[in-house]
Design a protein around this ligand. Structure first.
Ligand SMILES: *[C@@H]1O[C@H](CO)[C@@H](O)[C@H](O)[C@H]1NC(C)=O
Ligand SMILES: *[C@@H]1O[C@H](CO)[C@@H](O)[C@H](O)[C@H]1NC(C)=O
Ligand SMILES: *[C@@H]1O[C@H](CO)[C@@H](O)[C@H](O)[C@H]1NC(C)=O
Ligand SMILES: *[C@@H]1O[C@H](CO)[C@@H](O)[C@H](O)[C@H]1NC(C)=O
Ligand SMILES: *[C@@H]1O[C@H](CO)[C@@H](O)[C@H](O)[C@H]1NC(C)=O
Ligand SMILES: *[C@@H]1O[C@H](CO)[C@@H](O)[C@H](O)[C@H]1NC(C)=O
Length: 565
């Protein structure tokens, strides 16, 4: 059953890849080193230290043993395969091949040389064992949205035209470097809606097929735009966390749909270098996890050395919780579940509560005009102009040069956004739109989530992005604000984004629903959202740590059910 792929490359300097199967499981290994065996009997244990069991000849491999961590100053901890070829020993990093039934990935990735990667071109995703690496994220495997650059790999930004027009990236984005430096391993790049714009539910995914959200009946929306990162976090035990980005809701929406932990940082504090932009003043990196522990650990890594880093003795927890009055049109059952969860949170922290209407707070303090009215075109105008200037125009140029003048085919909503981005009337409103956005950010910091000298954030704003029903994946919905509609609602995930504050999604339960697809009862995950003042992200992670410690929240599992029945 064993086979060596690429033996023909043996005499060249090209790295050798091995593929083999053992007890029905496929493995992959990619060369990282070659040692002259010489005439002497090669002494593996002298080479790899006392725990030399990590090295095996192809054919003698047993994965459980294989997964043992190696501690050696020659090779980093991890799993390796060794093949003896023409008197040389080829040392290769070993991976287990995993299927991607959720279609979450663009492709897997393998290390090439130095800090560079190559795409895995075969079927499936090569996944390293949960050992290895050095640092707080050692042994953790992650996937990243294909909006972030990885050196040696093309970035698609969810667009086939973009993928065709630009070469492999020559550097890795800053936040990904930081994640890797903390010891985590990257397994692959995940799908995004084109330029983080297209609505996943509009059935118009011209470019790449939208991934599947395995929760419930498996036919509900991924939420978009971090679709693949959400789908991977929901579906695969071998993805410990996944990285997405959030401009107007692209982490918080999907995290809600999938019932996993999701983080949108306070805007403007974390490195966005090497990430395809969407709306510069709103873009943030973000992440998804199933485990509250990994959730906090990753925040520790990302915040280190930034203004978001706070020691736990530098603040005490806020004692006020504010509930949003505008929480959707929730069913009574959903409202009851949510209320019971919030009661536990409130009593755990001995918080006093109040309610707030964003609309009334705005109208009473700033302008006697509804948010929907005052901000009708703000998001779409900024988005259209920036998406055209930063992505559209360069793509038209590069794609045209590549094809001898062809326009780049794009998703209809991208096309509409870019058409609007070139419209002089809309462009002329840009500065005024930015001014209104800033006005809203100031309002949020002053009247919604003010800072506090002892608790960092005066209060915690509690809400949810649940709707009355699971959103199925195929319903045709209008383009919406990001699609470039001239008027559109100031929809729910957008205010905190404009506010520039931090927000997390916290799963807490599940509820039965009737599926039109499986014609049986399925379970939808339930989650809440918490916001803290701009820059006070650490407060939210302390909230998660303490709730997890008290057993009020915990790890969610992969697959249909977030929690065992
Ligand atoms: C191999 O190396 C180890 C560690 O240096 C040493 O303890 C062992 O005796 C060596 N084995 C042989 C067969 O030389
Ligand atoms: C990557 O390429 C760009 C231009 O394509 C160049 O400006 C930049 O210096 C390169 N960066 C590295 C790290 O090589
Ligand atoms: C706000 O506008 C409404 C009607 O447009 C008016 O009735 C109301 O008096 C105004 N309130 C304030 C505080 O200006
Ligand atoms: C894209 O938009 C242009 C207008 O800017 C329009 O002429 C064209 O038909 C659109 N293409 C598609 C496929 O919708
Ligand atoms: C530009 O946008 C304005 C405002 O939405 C619209 O009224 C106008 O028709 C558009 N112009 C063109 C040429 O499409
Ligand atoms: C918008 O602001 C920029 C920078 O302040 C300025 O250069 C530009 O002329 C302004 N555009 C319009 C249409 O007012």
């Amino acid at each position: 059953m064993k086979s060596l792929v690429g033996l023909g490359l043996l005499s060249t300097v090209l790295a050798l890849d091995f593929q083999w199967s053992h007890h029905g499981q496929e493995y992959w290994a990619t060369e990282i080193d070659r040692i002259d065996k010489g005439d002497d009997v090669f002494n593996l244990s002298s080479r790899v230290g006392q725990e030399g069991l990590g090295f095996f000849r192809i054919g003698d491999v047993d994965w459980p043993q294989f997964c043992r961590a190696l501690h050696t100053d020659v090779y980093a901890p991890g799993a390796y395969a060794v093949a003896e070829i023409s008197g040389q020993l080829v040392i290769a990093k070993a991976y287990q091949m995993m299927d991607d039934p959720a279609q979450a990935f663009m492709s897997g990735v393998l290390p090439k040389s130095g800090d560079s990667y190559k795409p895995f071109s075969g079927r499936g995703i090569p996944v390293p064992p949960a050992v290895g690496g050095v640092g707080p994220l050692a042994g953790l495997r992650f996937a990243l949205k294909d909006l972030f650059h990885l050196k040696g790999i093309k970035t698609s930004a969810g667009s086939r035209s973009w993928y065709a027009a630009f070469p492999p990236q020559n550097h890795t984005s800053g936040i990904i470097l930081k994640t890797l430096a903390a010891g985590a391993s990257v397994v692959g790049k995940t799908k995004t809606t084109a330029f983080a714009l297209t609505n996943t539910r509009n059935g118009w995914s011209v470019d790449y097929h939208d991934p599947f959200n395995f929760r419930g009946d498996g036919y509900s929306s991924t939420g978009g735009s971090s679709s693949g990162s959400l789908a991977a976090a929901v579906a695969y035990d071998w993805v410990d966390f996944s990285i997405g980005s959030d401009t107007g809701g692209s982490v918080r929406g999907p995290a809600t749909r999938g019932g996993v932990y999701g983080y949108r940082p306070s805007q403007g504090f974390l490195d966005l270098e090497g990430v395809v932009p969407c709306v510069v003043s709103l873009d943030t990196p973000g992440f998804f996890t199933r485990s509250p522990t990994i959730f906090s650990k990753l925040f520790g890594v990302w915040s280190a050395g930034t203004e978001l880093e706070m020691t736990s003795d530098s603040f005490s927890m806020p004692r006020k919780i504010i509930y949003r009055k505008e929480d959707g049109n929730l069913t009574p059952e959903l409202r009851r579940e949510l209320g019971a969860f919030f009661d536990k949170v409130q009593s755990h922290f001995s918080m006093t509560s109040s309610t707030m209407s964003l609309e009334e707070t705005w109208m009473n303090n700033v302008r006697n005009q509804t948010l929907d009215h005052y901000f009708a075109t703000v998001y779409s105008d900024i988005n259209a102009k920036e998406s055209w200037d930063l992505n559209g125009a360069p793509l038209f140029k590069a794609f045209g040069e590549l094809t001898g003048g062809s326009a780049p085919p794009v998703d209809p909503s991208v096309n509409l956004t870019w058409t609007n981005g070139q419209n002089e009337t809309i462009r002329a409103r840009y500065n005024e739109s930015l001014r209104r956005a800033q006005e809203f950010r100031d309002f949020y910091s002053k009247f919604v989530l003010p800072a506090d000298p002892t608790t960092c954030s005066e209060s915690i704003l509690a809400s949810t992005y649940e709707g009355p029903e699971m959103q199925n994946r195929q319903t045709l919905v209008p383009f919406g604000v990001t699609g470039g509609a001239v008027t559109g609602p100031f929809w729910s995930t957008v205010p905190p984004a404009f506010g520039g504050v931090s927000e997390i999604i916290v799963p807490f339960g599940q509820m039965p629903y009737w599926s039109e697809y499986t014609l049986q009862t399925e379970y939808r995950p339930l989650s809440a959202s918490f916001q803290a003042a701009r820059g006070c992200d650490a407060v939210l992670f302390r909230l998660v740590d303490e709730l997890a410690e008290a057993g009020i929240i915990g790890e969610v599992q992969t697959g249909k059910l977030a929690y065992p029945l």
